[in-house]
Ligand binder design. Structure first.
Ligand code: PEP
Length: 258
């Protein structure tokens, strides 16, 4: 199995350009020992992307990541930023379908099924986020929801772009709450996602797909999550705002031998 660990930080609506640059520099420095082993990403706000791009050396294992983008290349879409412009600004990747986009901004499966192929067509790597709410989990509907989110988007990804798609399983009840899925809970859903992708794509595509876990990942729980066979790293929110703590999460991934 050739899947590398991918650990990306989602900085959400934090940090101005100067603070983002400083954090990016600190992350690059603190994670340099793990650069061969772990693909590391940083997702600042749009306005800090240029500063972070300047602070992050060009390297296949260092990714500058946008938190969102718009599928149309141009036009009357006030306030939006196209994927082509993100690519032009030096972005390597973009988050799509984060639960905050789905819940606060009303992004639907149908809209995300437009966004993901558009971002891939613009040459970006995509981190496509899926996950169930607490009510859905407690009602025993986790796979119904996550399976529906996967089915809406993965068939729209053409074979040539598959290697640039990452799926992030992020149970909504674990995001920013301090509550983490147990390794067994996370592994169960990751396995279901991989099995489903084998049906939608093929066995080789599913075996190569990077599936990150997100939801209160921190230095204290990263190692046990990353030890699961279908967890290929993390999408980290709060704990990514501190370079030393984030580097410990990257180190936990680097320490695992598959
Ligand atoms: C996230 O925003 O994707 C996330 C997982 O946040 P946190 O790590 O803070 O739960």
């Amino acid at each position: 199995m050739s899947r590398k660990f991918h650990v990306y930080g989602n900085w959400k609506l934090h940090n101005n350009a100067a603070a983002s640059r400083a954090l990016a520099q600190a992350v690059v420095e603190a994670t340099s020992a793990f650069r061969d082993a772990v693909v590391t990403g940083m997702a600042p706000v749009f306005l800090s992307l240029a500063a972070v791009r300047e602070a992050v050396p060009a390297h296949p294992h260092l990714k500058v990541v946008a938190q969102n983008g718009y599928p149309a290349p141009k036009g009357a879409f006030t306030g939006e930023v196209s994927f082509a412009l993100l690519k032009d600004a030096g972005c390597d990747a973009v988050l799509i379908g984060h639960s905050e986009r789905r819940q606060i901004f009303g992004e639907t499966d149908a809209f995300l099924a437009e966004k993901v192929p558009a971002a891939l067509a613009a040459g970006l790597e995509v981190v496509f986020c899926v996950g169930e709410t607490l009510d859905e989990r407690e009602a025993g509907r986790t796979w119904e929801v996550v399976g529906r989110q996967i089915d809406a988007v993965l068939p729209k990804v053409d074979a040539a772009s598959r290697a640039r798609l990452i799926v992030a399983y992020e149970p909504v009840w674990a995001i920013g709450t301090g509550r983490t899925a147990t390794p067994a809970q996370a592994q169960e859903v990751h396995r279901l996602i991989r099995d489903r992708v084998a049906q939608l794509w093929d066995a080789a595509g599913a075996a190569e797909l990077i599936i990150q876990y997100g939801g209160s990942v921190k230095a204290e729980n990263a190692a046990e999550l990353f030890a699961c066979p279908d967890i290929d790293g993390g999408l980290v929110g709060g704990a990514a705002l501190d370079a030393a703590g984030f580097a410990k999460i990257v180190a936990a991934a680097a320490a695992i031998r598959r």
